[in-house]
Design a protein around this ligand. Sequence first.
Ligand code: NAP
Length: 282
Amino acid sequence: MTRNMTLRACVLGQGITYSRSPLIHGYWIKKYGLDAEYNICDLPEDRLPGFLTSIRQGKLAGCNVTIPYKQIVAQYLDAIDDAASATGSVNTIYSSNGVLRGTSTDGAGYLGHLREVHPTFQLKHARVLILGAGGAARSITDVLVKNGCLKVYIPNRTVTKAHEIAGLNPSIIKPLSWSNLSSKAGAVDLVVNTTSLGMVGRQPLVFPLEHTTPDCIISDIVYAPLETRLLAQARSLGRPVLDGLGMLLHQAVPGFQLWFGVAPQVTDELRTLIEQDLLSNG
Ligand code: NAP
């Protein structure tokens, strides 16, 4: 006899009480009336193997992965997909037929939000300026290149990291020094801030938006604050914009579908729920 069991997933990390993932997945669990739960799982590294075995055995449906485990968790998995191997990080784990698998959904989350807000934007042949060369920059660059971008310029303070990302596709991705930040401003169709500049408590990003063309989309993946100075300035110049919250919501979609079998919608109601949480808790 098969016993119905509550499906369980969580976000795995350390010191992650701030995570919005329980709020996002909890909203969908309620909306779709599922017998499921999603919690925070704060674990030291020595407990990772045992925790991951419980997913392989089906005791847990899976998990998201965040700081500090995104880069190191792959060694405990049986398989990672192309997105995880290209980005060198895993943010979603699930088990299929006893095989423990990892993927990275940040790039797909960025693309999902871009397509939702700017459906007519042509990625094919687009020229993109990605500010910063950290983990998020790598994920976004990988997905943009796979979707046909003509050129991706990457200025970064530590230029060697931009060179490492260029290794994904050297003929399309061009590293730049941080002092050359503005050199391509007028020659691109999309600007993406992936640095932590502009976050609450950090210095703002200083970028010559006035050099960009009127149709150039200005995008910031920082979501705390919701409206960064970069986005506020872009709006005041009449540029189309894309904020960071949508990426956060869209990157959660694949995991929910893999664990609970329902493709969830990113609704205005969900967005408002997280916006209110960000405004009241920072
Ligand atoms: P990361 O790997 O630590 O990369 C941070 C980037 O910021 C690096 O390129 C770093 O340059 C640059 N940076 C930091 N301080 C700087 C400064 N003073 N001047 C110039 N550049 C500076 O972080 P990440 O995981 O990619 O995340 C980056 C940002 O994206 C964070 O704000 C994070 O919250 C946000 N994010 C948002 C989402 C979303 O769903 N919306 C998802 C992931 C990340 P160096 O290489 O020289 O250190």
